[in-house]
Every structure is written in structure tokens, then in C-alpha cells.
Design a protein around this ligand. Structure first.
Ligand code: ZN
Ligand code: ZN
Length: 285
């Protein structure tokens, strides 16, 4: 079970690549070939491979901890029923929402997550844009409560991958709003606004699969025609080198924290909201 689910993204790779080819053809036929840039898409593919390697290594290292918490400290013993799978899916999607929200509001996590946002384009290949630094940032900590609740570690790995696989399909400008689904799921329209840096859209729509969390916790914003999405990060990266893109924000963050005059500034630079860190950084000698 674990071996197969581990390979989910790899198994889906042909589907992902076919969808990218179809979207590329669609934009060529509709006179907007600039939505794809081969340098950007190659960088995205490089980032996906680096992320896959780092992710596999991280699971190897943290699975024993998940196993120990699950065996020794679990609160409930879930059976392999559809109800328990549903609870696991809901629990992980809820935790994903908070992981993603924290990834935008805590610079330590943003240093990893900003990689996903640093392209100025939005197409299906943008979904490949992941950070190899997530394990260092501590993404794996966010799923620990699932093992503690009583979900077997291999099922936790599986549901994390299913969530990520779903999100591939929301990285596109080819679909308009999807009617009533906009109230339930993370859709292309909802996720387009998430990738936009316009003041109206920035730091909203943190959904993984279900968008109900954004509506419940006040972070939902609607994409409107009057304000087209301007994709990318406020602080541009201007590079197509996957390794450089992966580490540049870490380099900036650690260098600024090193130069900070006091611990209050240092803590803001490391763990404050990115815009507060930016302000402190602008005062550094
Ligand atoms: Zn994000
Ligand atoms: Zn995204």
C-alpha cells in the first residue's frame, strides 16, 4: 500500500504531461502562446524533480517518528473503513489550509513556499513549481496530528500526495468559474487569485482541495474581471535556475537575520510576516 501510494505522483506524470501538452495547444490556437515560456516550464520541471527527491528523503527520515507516535500515543484506532478515509481526507485538507496560510504569513515557511509563487506565469506547469526546502521549513510537522489521532503513517503519506495531485489541475487560466463548485472546491479561478500579487488578492484562498476553510476562516476572495490577476511575488526572483530559485529567499533571510541589530528584529526577520520582515530588512545597515 505504502509503496504504491508513494509512487502516486510518478504514476500520474503521463497524465500531467498530456494535460500540459493539451493546454499548450489550446493557448496556441487561441492566440495566447505567451502563457507558456519554455525557460519557465523547464525551471518548473527541474523544481518538481528536486522536490520529489527531497520529499522522498524527508519521508524516510520522519516516518519512524510518525510510526512511534501512531503506535505508542494514538488517541483512536481507526479501521480501514470509508468513514475513516473520509475523516483522514478532511483532517489533512484542514491541516493543509493552516500549513498553507502559515506559509504565507511566517517568513521561515514563506522562504520555502515563495518558490511556488515566484513565476510570473500561470499554467499547468506552475503546479510543478515546488520547493526542495519544505522538509527544512518543517512541512512534515503539520501532518503529525493525523498520526497522533490514529491514522496509519502510510495513509497520511497517501492523502498528502492525493491533495497535491488534485492541486495540479487548478493551475490554469483555461477554465472560467465553475458554478456551484466555487462554493465547495479549490477551483482554477480560486487558485488564480491565490497566485496574484494584486493588493485585492494577495494572501487569500489557501485551500488545498476544499475551499470551505477559506470561507469559514475569512480568507476567501473572489476573482473579478475588473481586476485581472498579476502573477508572481512582490519581491521578484528573476531567474530560471531551479537551484537558485530554491535557495535565494533562504539566503536573503539568513543574511538579514545575521546582520540584525537585536533579537526582536532577528525574530521578525525569521518568523514575522514577510512584509514586516521586509520593513526591518530595509532599515538594516
Ligand atoms: Zn501559496
Ligand atoms: Zn499554486
Amino acid at each position: 500500500m505504502q509503496f504504491q501510494i508513494d509512487l502516486l505522483l510518478l504514476a500520474l506524470a503521463p497524465v500531467f504531461l498530456l494535460c500540459i501538452a493539451a493546454e499548450l495547444g489550446y493557448w496556441r490556437r487561441h492566440g495566447r502562446p505567451e502563457i507558456y515560456d519554455w525557460r519557465d516550464s523547464l525551471c518548473n520541471a527541474g523544481l518538481a524533480l528536486l522536490h520529489q527527491g527531497a520529499d522522498k528523503l524527508a519521508w524516510l527520515l520522519v516516518l519512524p517518528l510518525y510510526g512511534w507516535i501512531w503506535r505508542e500515543h494514538r488517541l483512536f484506532a481507526f479501521s480501514d473503513s470509508w468513514l475513516s478515509f473520509l475523516l483522514l481526507f478532511l483532517g489533512q485538507d484542514f491541516l493543509y489550509y493552516w500549513f498553507h496560510r502559515a506559509s504565507h504569513r511566517v517568513r521561515w515557511l514563506w522562504a520555502a513556499h515563495s518558490v511556488h509563487h515566484s513565476s510570473t506565469r500561470m499554467n499547468l506547469s506552475t503546479a510543478f513549481r515546488q520547493s526542495l526546502m519544505y522538509p527544512v521549513a518543517g512541512m512534515w510537522v503539520f501532518w503529525l496530528p493525523l498520526a497522533w489521532l490514529g491514522f496509519p503513517p502510510e495513509q497520511v503519506v497517501g492523502v498528502v500526495l492525493v491533495n497535491l495531485a488534485f492541486q495540479f489541475f487548478v493551475h490554469t487560466q483555461a477554465f472560467p468559474k465553475l458554478g456551484w463548485l466555487e462554493y465547495v472546491l479549490n477551483t482554477p479561478s480560486i487558485h488564480r487569485s491565490h497566485h496574484a500579487r494584486n493588493p485585492r488578492y494577495i494572501d487569500h484562498n489557501y485551500a488545498g482541495v476544499l475551499c470551505v476553510w477559506d470561507r469559514l476562516f475569512g480568507s476567501y476572495v473572489e476573482e473579478i474581471d475588473a481586476e485581472p490577476c498579476d502573477y508572481g511575488t512582490v519581491k521578484p526572483v528573476n531567474s530560471f535556475n531551479p537551484l537558485w530559485v530554491s535557495v535565494v529567499e533562504w539566503r536573503d533571510m539568513l543574511a538579514e537575520a545575521w546582520r540584525a541589530a537585536n533579537w526582536r528584529d532577528r525574530l521578525t526577520l525569521l518568523f514575522g510576516p514577510p512584509e514586516a520582515a521586509e520593513q526591518v530588512a530595509s532599515r538594516l545597515p
